[in-house]
Design a protein around this ligand. Structure first.
Ligand code: MG
Ligand code: ZN
Length: 265
């Protein structure tokens, strides 16, 4: 039943309360260098440069892993993700962090197996033991052409690809949770049957309310992990009740279309 629901999470400041890049920079003593270089290169290149620095200081990928494992994740958010997964929702992450950081944190909290897909900047440990972070989208050879998004990732295009897998007869219903500017573009692709769940007092929420007419999805705000979890589970419940009642109407002998597949108008 719940495979009709797709839950798309942003990662930093949404699925986790903090920012994994900031956490590693601060916890591993790179704040000064990070500030010096911030204006000189794009974010993903800067994070890769931070990894070069850690490697030159003799820090291994395992040390970064240890640091990431200490990053807190709200217990209610953990429970809500597990509950959504148990209910058969299709859970995905679209994030401008990187694969190594996200997978390490999710694994630590036993959540990695709950997600169908994590779309983010790839990361790998090379033969010398250094963690490399590379842009998801190679903007030098083929720019994605979206002026709302950073050159390395258009989350809207990623969502479009996920939506394209939906059956023509049965559109799945999307719940998009996010906080940042990069989350605005995918929200423009949501329909009236979908939900956008922006974090209060963060850029996404303000972008949405600046031109609310552009957003077709139903909006629900949240401010902390407890609220995020409650809002998410409430929306999933509402969708499932809604879907069940549609199925009952369609299956009712009175309306004479028992064998007709359920579909949206
Ligand atoms: Mg974020
Ligand atoms: Zn975009």
């Amino acid at each position: 039943m719940a495979e009709v629901v797709v839950v798309v999470f942003d990662f930093d400041r949404t699925l986790i309360d903090g920012d994994s890049d900031d956490w590693v920079v601060k916890e591993m003593g790179l704040t000064q260098l990070f500030r010096e270089l911030r204006s000189t290169m794009p974010w993903t290149s800067l994070m890769n440069r931070m990894m070069v620095e850690l490697h030159s200081q003799g820090k291994a990928a395992e040390d970064i892993e240890v640091c990431l494992k200490r990053m807190p994740l709200h217990p209610r958010v953990i429970e809500s993700i597990q509950a959504a997964h148990r209910n058969g929702c299709d859970l995905r992450i679209i994030s401008d962090a990187n694969q190594f950081f996200i997978e390490t944190i999710l694994k630590q909290h036993g959540l990695l197996g709950c997600f169908t897909e994590i779309v983010t900047n790839p990361a790998f440990v090379d033969a010398e033991g250094r963690l490399n972070i590379v842009p998801f989208h190679d903007s030098a050879s083929t720019p994605h052409g979206c002026n709302l998004c950073p050159p390395n990732m258009c989350k809207g295009l990623v969502l479009k690809r996920i939506q394209a897998a939906d059956s023509e007869f049965r559109k799945r219903r999307y719940i998009y949770l996010g906080d940042g500017k990069g989350d605005y573009c995918p929200c423009l692709r949501l329909g009236a049957q979908d939900f956008v769940v922006p974090r209060k007092s963060f850029p996404l929420r303000n972008l949405i309310y600046n031109k609310q007419a552009l957003i077709k999805a139903v909006i629900h705000e949240w401010s902390n992990g407890e609220e995020l979890a409650a809002v998410l589970l409430d929306i999933i419940d509402r969708i499932l009740i809604d879907e069940n009642s549609r199925t009952e109407v369609m299956a009712s002998p009175d309306n004479g279309c028992k064998t007709t597949p359920v579909s949206y108008p």
